[in-house]
Design a binder for this molecule. Structure first.
Ligand SMILES: Nc1ncnc2c1ncn2[C@@H]1O[C@H](COP(=O)(O)OP(=O)(O)OP(=O)(O)O)[C@@H](O)[C@H]1O
Ligand SMILES: [Mg+2]
Length: 540
């Protein structure tokens, strides 16, 4: 797939995500304020340790004992409430942001030129709409919140510790840089292993899907044992990567424990001296200790959020890449039904640069209101030729004219509105029979839809389906035979009632009797329309 224009130097993930999430800045701001409140309350817990110890336990002051419980209850409920609303609002912004992004991606995908979409790229595109956007959700909903909330908590706690006893707090904080550096190194390793693991599981998923799609081939060629063997091998690989991730992750935790032990020893030794000497009260000592101990869990959450940001950054890049793809473009003119006809003027076409031309120097006149038949061997390029008319692809060289105007000058919608296609590979959507026909003209009445089905000789078999016109077709629905699908596609085209009609082997799946009938319907349909019929046999 060709890449869109991507500037070389790019702002940080955060900036880019906030740019995309700008409609929700008010929610985010409010949420941020709430997290500030919540973290201040956290800090006040460490703060309170001193009066509790010094006034209640040491001075045995009952007045403090009366108000203290109320203060504790107050602090915790306010902290809880602000955290609750903060989390809710942030999640709201995040979910809306992700949905917005999906919506924009889907819209983009529908506007992509067909040359950008192949079997190979479509899997990737699907994954970008679903998986990559999901990977972005935690950035706003969780990481941002964690970094803000926990960041503020850490700052408040450090401030409290420093205020209580500056040198003791500093001493305790010396272990943190070592933890940070070690955790970072292990984090990088864990990330790499996880990425490899994800590739492995992606292949596992792919294999399962593929096996289901080709279940008949698997069975008739007795491939079960081979496939199971390969499946097992991939799963083992996945397991090894995940174990490695666990090793690094738990290693980081081990490091934290070791450093906590070291830091604790330093604090107890030095702090103990200070208390015994009477330089600080036991309250001061425990206040510092509490603050330091309380720092650990927010720090751990911050580092996890930071790691997550890396994954999100990769996902964001993939999403942005799709959003930057050029969309298909038409010209300014409004196309109208052909008066003179269509002309292929020295048309060359190939699917990819460097490959052989599928169409070479095609010159063809399709007079308005007349039927032109294309006959040729399989692979000759007949389907390719007609796909140039709705501009699914553009000629590599030469041009196609409608009443003397290059197709590229027409507005795409107005051009495509003129064209009806019954293609070789008929696609039915996961919708009812009725909706599948009405696709040709969503404004049609029920009577018109049924009339079109009758003309296409589809009405009888539709009536016999379990729910008639309301039977759901497509990947989760009812399966139709090749000939039945063709008749639905013909009904769809009849309903659209287009001035230009393209029939690509429209009756190839029908038996002789139905073919004759459908043929009659098609002849009636072709009357007065500019029609291109592709056929293997000249009878059509
Ligand atoms: N999307 C595509 N990407 C790349 N090559 C393609 C694509 N579609 C068709 N081709 C190639 O272009 C050539 C012409 O294919 P096309 O489908 O136009 O033939 P056709 O005349 O319609 O054949 P048939 O009678 O079997 O339907 C073939 O060699 C085919 O492999
Ligand atoms: Mg074909």
């Amino acid at each position: 797939m060709s890449r869109g224009v991507i500037p070389l130097r790019r702002p940080s993930v955060f900036k880019r995500i906030f740019f995309l999430a700008r409609p929700y800045w008010l929610l985010l701001l409010f949420s941020l304020l709430l997290s500030l409140v919540a973290s201040l309350f956290s800090g006040s817990v460490a703060w309170l340790v001193k009066p509790v110890l010094d006034h209640i336990f040491l001075e045995k002051n009952y007045r403090y004992l009366d108000i203290l419980p109320l203060i504790v209850i107050g602090i915790f409920s306010l902290r809880g409430l602000s955290a609750f609303f903060q989390a809710y609002l942030m999640r709201l912004a995040a979910l809306r942001f992700v949905n917005d992004l999906r919506y924009r991606l889907y819209q983009k995908i529908l506007r992509l030129p067909l040359k950008e979409v192949s079997a190979e790229t479509s899997g990737r595109l699907v994954s970008r709409v679903i998986n990559d956007t999901t990977a972005l959700e935690p950035v706003l909903g969780d990481m941002f919140r964690t970094l803000m909330l926990e960041g503020l908590t850490v700052i408040t706690l450090v401030a409290v510790a420093l205020y209580r006893r500056f040198d003791l707090a500093l001493l305790a904080l010396t272990v943190f840089p070592a933890v940070a550096i070690g955790a970072r190194k292990l984090g990088t390793k864990a990330r790499k292993a996880r990425k490899l693991g994800q590739q492995e599981i992606a292949e596992v998923t792919h294999q399962v899907t593929e096996s289901l799609q080709g279940l008949r081939e698997v069975k008739v060629y007795l491939q079960e044992d081979f496939l199971v063997g390969r499946f097992r091998q991939k799963l083992e690989g996945y397991l090894r990567y995940l174990l490695r991730v666990t090793k690094y992750r738990e290693g980081a935790r081990l490091l934290v424990d070791l450093m906590t032990g070291l830091g604790g020893a330093l604090v107890f030794t030095y702090g103990g001296h200070l208390v015994i000497r009477g330089a600080i009260t036991p309250g001061d000592f425990f206040s510092v200790l509490t603050a330091i101990l309380m720092i650990f869990s927010p720090l751990r959450r911050i580092s996890r959020a930071y790691t997550g940001l890396y994954d999100a950054s990769a996902a964001l890049e993939r999403v942005e890449e799709v959003l930057a793809y050029p969309e298909e473009k038409g010209g300014p003119k409004k196309a109208s039904a052909p008066q003179e006809g269509l002309v292929f003027d020295h048309v060359y076409f190939r699917y990819r640069e460097g490959e052989d031309f599928v169409l070479q120097d095609v010159n063809l006149k399709i007079p308005a209101g007349q039927v032109v038949a294309l006959v040729g061997p399989s692979g000759a390029g007949k389907s390719t030729l007609v796909s140039l008319i709705p501009r699914f692809y553009d000629p590599s060289r030469g041009k196609i004219l409608l009443d003397g105007t290059d197709l590229r000058e027409f507005e795409l919608g107005s051009l495509r509105a003129l064209i009806g296609i019954v293609s070789q590979d008929i696609v039915l959507f996961n919708a009812t029979v009725y909706e599948n026909i009405a696709f040709g003209n969503p404004k049609a009445s029920r009577e018109e839809v049924i009339a079109a089905a009758r003309l296409a000789y589809a009405h009888e078999f539709i009536e016999q389906l379990p729910q008639g016109y309301d039977t759901v077709l497509g990947h989760k629905g009812f399966n139709l035979s090749g000939g039945q699908r063709q008749r639905l596609a013909i009904a769809r085209a009849i309903l659209k009632n287009p001035p230009i009609l393209i029939l690509d082997e429209a009756t190839s799946h029908l038996d002789a009797v139905s073919e004759q009938k459908v043929q009659k319907a098609l002849e009636r349909l072709m009357r007065g329309r500019t029609t291109i019929v592709i056929a293997h046999r000249l009878s059509t």
